[in-house]
Write a protein of this length. Structure first.
Length: 136
């Protein structure tokens, strides 16, 4: 068993979508839990903490963390979850920004790259994308 908070076996590989992606090593059924926030593995930062870090570290955290506007916190997944790539038609459904859970939106075979709609998991993505900024 992999020691991360992905609830299923995954590995990182080169992605046809972008850079590195998360790929299933086992079949997953629609509705199965894939990822869950766990404070033992996922790290939380306030903006002031990130701003106090060296620029390279701050850039890394802002790239790989998700911003939760309501909580005023950045959440860095400590597992393969931080490598989910974006899709407008994701194969996972996210419940909650950074502190929730992700479940399979459909049956998924081993070898499938896991995708998420960044607009549902990160307030900075929604704010930076014109199609979401107008919707508030």
């Amino acid at each position: 068993m992999l020691l991360d908070m992905m609830m299923i076996e995954t590995e990182l590989r080169l992605s046809d979508i972008h850079g590195i992606g998360v790929f299933l090593l086992e079949p997953v059924q629609r509705g199965d839990l894939i990822w869950r926030f766990d404070s033992r593995i996922d790290r939380v930062y306030c903006e002031e903490e990130i701003a106090s870090l060296p620029e390279r570290t701050a850039r890394f955290l802002r790239t790989y963390s998700t911003w939760n506007e309501a909580a005023g916190l950045w959440v860095l997944c400590g597992d393969n979850g931080r490598h989910f790539n974006h899709s407008a038609t994701p194969n996972t459904t996210s419940y909650g920004i950074a502190f929730g859970e992700d479940v399979a939106a459909q049956d998924l075979a081993p070898g499938t790259e896991l995708t998420s709609d960044y607009a549902t998991i990160c307030d900075t993505f929604r704010a930076s994308e014109p199609r979401f900024a107008a919707a508030g």
